[in-house]
Design a protein around this ligand. Sequence first.
Ligand SMILES: C[S@@+](CC[C@H](N)C(=O)[O-])C[C@H]1O[C@@H](n2cnc3c(N)ncnc32)[C@H](O)[C@@H]1O
Length: 252
Amino acid sequence: MKPPNPSKSTELTFDDFRKRAADDSLSQYEKIGFPDSYREGKEDLIFADVRRKLTNLEKQGQTILDIGPGCSGPAFSLIEWCRQHRHRLVLIDSQEMLSRLPDEAFVEKFSGKYPAECGDIVEKYCGRIDAVICYSVLHYVFVETNLFDFLDHSLSLLADGGEMLIGDIPNQSQRKRFFSSRNGVKFHQAFTGTNEKPEVSFNSVETGKIDDSVLIGIILRARAAGYDAYLLPQPSDLPMANRREDILIKKP
Ligand SMILES: C[S@@+](CC[C@H](N)C(=O)[O-])C[C@H]1O[C@@H](n2cnc3c(N)ncnc32)[C@H](O)[C@@H]1O
């Protein structure tokens, strides 16, 4: 029997994002790693879904943290939302990415790779954050960082009643379920304009890919640490709802 042949991860790295952010020839969506078609006209729906899931955002005077805000619509919407609700907003990303966002009195920018380079901010805000947003970032953290180090640091930041949304996580198992279904085949054929069937392989080692086991592992670890944790679907009007899920964690 042949040994498994894990492919090298093709995900962008923190440094790739840094370079993209500094590249003026790229659109705001390309800077954060998306083709325009995936995000254009969709970002208000994304922010509305984030607000539905993180109920502390609706309150006044909360402390909010965004890990990896990027520099497109959701980051600008969040800044505006925090202004209107008198929230304090902490943003962690590369200096190149953060420099694309406005400087405001209620916004604290911290440049560095989370959590490895963010010891100071973790110490400063330990037990003080009411809502953490980490949207469309976990799959990059997964290949570059110890996942549970990321999770444990994030849990330690939450205040009593605090919430964390780890959103837009590509789930390889969900993707396989979808593309092995009749609807998934139709979706693929409409997308490619062909009659071909999508390629789906089971029982293979997939280095760098998040699957059910990883997501459920996060839920179990958060629960074991004393937090409520849930795996949530995305609304069907989001661009990758058929293969991405969200995790919501709440400190009781
Ligand atoms: C795909 S973009 C998502 C941007 C934004 N959250 C959104 O959904 O519009 C990923 C962002 O996470 C940042 N990022 C990736 N790994 C990170 C890490 N370990 N710490 C902080 N930021 C990170 C990247 O620089 C980039 O801005």
